[in-house]
Design a binder for this molecule. Structure first.
Ligand code: TEU
Length: 587
């Protein structure tokens, strides 16, 4: 009897504590609303958006000419990939002039006009901060490599050759995967986690940090609204460059992301720059895990606002191989686990982001949906529904609103990207499986997401009057803005509706997320919100028709808030069409 009483008491206490948690969470959400949590971010790869001068490369004037299109999407923030002076070894991620505009993209006057045009339309502008490394053509590096006693020597990481070869560090884009490059001018090696033309800056040096912070303030003083921070978790290194620790398990990215002074530097950046402006900051969270995420974004840490993780977009590749997709495709149950886990990480503290595509990723419809002609549009709309109904700030990649898909090059010569080209060379040297690599690249290579934007069915998709820097996807004849803009059933119209739905329903921004039917291998279903303010999202991730049963106790409206088909019946088992997506209010 005593025992029964004890268990009842424990149950009651547990119930009360859960209830308290929920109440707390809701009230803290309501008092902690921020514009950057409610924003929909639209990412533009400037090289591929719109060319105004016929050189085949997109530019700032091109973006200016399309501001009304951008405004019509209903998005709040534009993130532009790097637009600064660069020899373009890695398409702008190798910066030679942090305060100037890349020649192909235009001038500072163009930039000022672009920013003004965005602000006039109520759109915020976020730029890309690439500060883990510069270009080897930056003046700092030219000075640094010229002599061991040059004042800029310590702006970078050097290892004198008389000490022997430094301990191995892996490089993303090096043809030998070696991050140390010997430089005969001073008989020393320099560090480059990315290409040889992207030497890593030495953040231990306070002068380097000051240069970067001053540069950030320069752009904020111009009026920009935030920075996306390229591989920012890599900035701090153990500069003794020891042999890799015993517990190191081959995950170099995770190792790079945990430098000893990383959070000191981010706090300093916050104090010197971010806290002085009403802006947003988002870290590219390479190597950041569930265990470390809060250190970057919790408000009381005074560091950054958000980060995006790689667990989602890295999922479904064969472990140990370079971006080789699992032969039978990815498993939805694992996909749901990842996104549910990342929701729970920020459920009561911090804030998340969500994305399926960006300039480092293939097109989302090819990778996560189905780009076969009969399913491209519906599955694209389904993925759009997912992105715009999760509790996290959506980062939506330009072109996905049209349902653009992978170009799938057959020949290595068609690729422009240093990652793909250099990995091909590395594989040749290692006598690796080139055939497997080329097939995988059709699904996973970065250039798939970089092909020029498709404006209309005229020559070169209306992107340029010249020769485009990268081939245009031949499907542009049907998949383009002109074809979609007046069509209420197009991907474009669907995206705009989904954006408006999120804007008009704060429950889609802040509401509690609850996964339903987690073992279902084809359907991803979840609710957002609680009590009277709750919606159900049902996403059929398969090409099959599915009957899905509403969980007991859940009743929904007859008319969905969003549906990528015309059919829906709220009574009895729900019949889902291939890739059907439904958002419906819970009664
Ligand atoms: O990406 C960093 C990064 O982790 C990528 O190298 C990513 O792992 C890879 O592209 C996946 O295939 C950032 C930028 O987003 C990327 O465009 C740059 O090339 C890189 O940093 C170097 O600046």
């Amino acid at each position: 009897m005593k025992q029964i009483f004890l268990s009842i008491t424990i149950c009651m206490l547990f119930f009360m504590s859960c209830k308290n948690k929920t109440t707390q969470q809701t009230s803290s959400d309501l008092t902690n609303q921020k514009w950057w949590k409610e924003a929909v971010v639209y990412q533009i790869y400037p090289r591929s958006f719109k060319d105004s001068d016929g050189d085949g490369v997109g530019d700032l004037k091109g973006i200016i000419s399309k501001l009304d299109y951008i405004k019509s999407l209903g998005i709040d923030v534009v993130w532009l990939n790097p637009i600064f002076g660069s020899p373009n070894d890695d398409n702008g991620y190798d910066i030679s002039d942090y305060r100037g505009i890349m020649k192909e993209f235009g001038t500072m006057a163009d930039f000022d006009a672009l920013l003004k045009g965005m602000h006039e339309r109520g759109i915020k502008l976020v730029l890309d901060l690439v500060a883990n490394h510069s270009s080897d053509e930056h003046e700092w590096f030219k000075q640094s490599r010229s002599s061991r006693i040059n004042p800029y020597r310590d702006y970078y990481h050097w290892w004198p050759a008389e000490k022997g070869k430094p301990a191995h560090r892996w490089s993303f884009f090096d043809v030998n995967a070696d991050a140390w490059k010997f430089d005969s001018a001073t008989n020393a090696y320099y560090l480059h986690y990315f290409s040889r033309k992207q030497p890593d800056l030495n953040w231990e040096n306070p002068k380097v940090r000051k240069e970067i912070f001053d540069m950030m303030n320069f752009w904020f003083d111009k009026g920009i609204d935030g920075f996306r921070m390229d591989v920012i978790p890599f900035i701090s290194k153990d500069t003794t460059f020891p042999e890799l620790p015993k517990e190191y398990n081959g995950d170099m990215v995770a190792y790079y992301a945990n430098g000893p002074h990383l959070h000191d530097y981010l706090k300093e950046m916050n104090k010197e720059v971010l806290s002085k402006h009403n802006v947003m900051s988002v870290a590219e969270g390479a190597g950041v895990t569930a265990a470390t995420a809060h250190n970057f974004v919790d408000e009381d840490r005074n560091e950054l606002n958000m980060l995006y993780h790689f667990e989602g977009t890295g999922y479904g590749y064969v472990p140990g191989k370079f971006k080789v997709p699992e032969p039978d495709g990815y498993k939805l149950v694992g996909f749901k686990e990842i996104y549910s886990k990342w929701d729970s990480i920020f459920a009561t503290k911090g804030w998340g982001t969500i994305y399926l595509g960006n300039h480092d990723q293939p097109r989302m419809v090819t990778r996560w949906g189905n780009d076969a002609p009969e399913f491209r549009e519906v599955s694209s709309k389904m993925l759009t529904t997912f992105l715009l109904t999760m509790r996290a700030t959506p980062y939506y990649y330009f072109g996905d609103e049209l349902g653009m898909s992978n170009i799938k090059f057959d020949k290595i010569e068609d690729y422009n990207d240093i990652e793909t080209k250099n990995h091909y060379i590395l594989l040749q040297t290692q006598k690796g499986d080139i055939k497997e690599f080329m097939e995988s690249a059709k699904i996973s290579a970065r250039d798939n997401g970089r092909t020029p934007f498709q404006w209309d069915a005229t020559a070169n998709a209306g992107f340029t009057s010249g020769k485009p820097w990268l081939k245009i996807n031949p499907n542009y004849k049907n998949v383009n803005v002109a074809a979609e803009v007046g069509n209420v059933n197009s991907c474009l119209s669907y995206f705009k509706n989904a954006v408006q739905l999120r804007k008009n329903n704060k429950v889609l921004v802040y509401g509690k997320y609850e996964l339903l039917d987690k073992a279902n291998e084809k359907v991803y279903a979840y609710t957002r919100g609680e009590g009277a303010d709750k919606v159900l999202v049902i996403l059929n991730f398969s090409k099959e028709k599915i009957i899905w049963n509403l969980p007991a106790g859940l009743a929904v409206d007859e008319k969905p808030l969003l549906n990528n088909y015309t059919t829906f019946s709220a009574n009895g088992p729900i019949a889902l069409e291939p890739y059907q997506a439904i958002v419906v209010k819970v009664k």
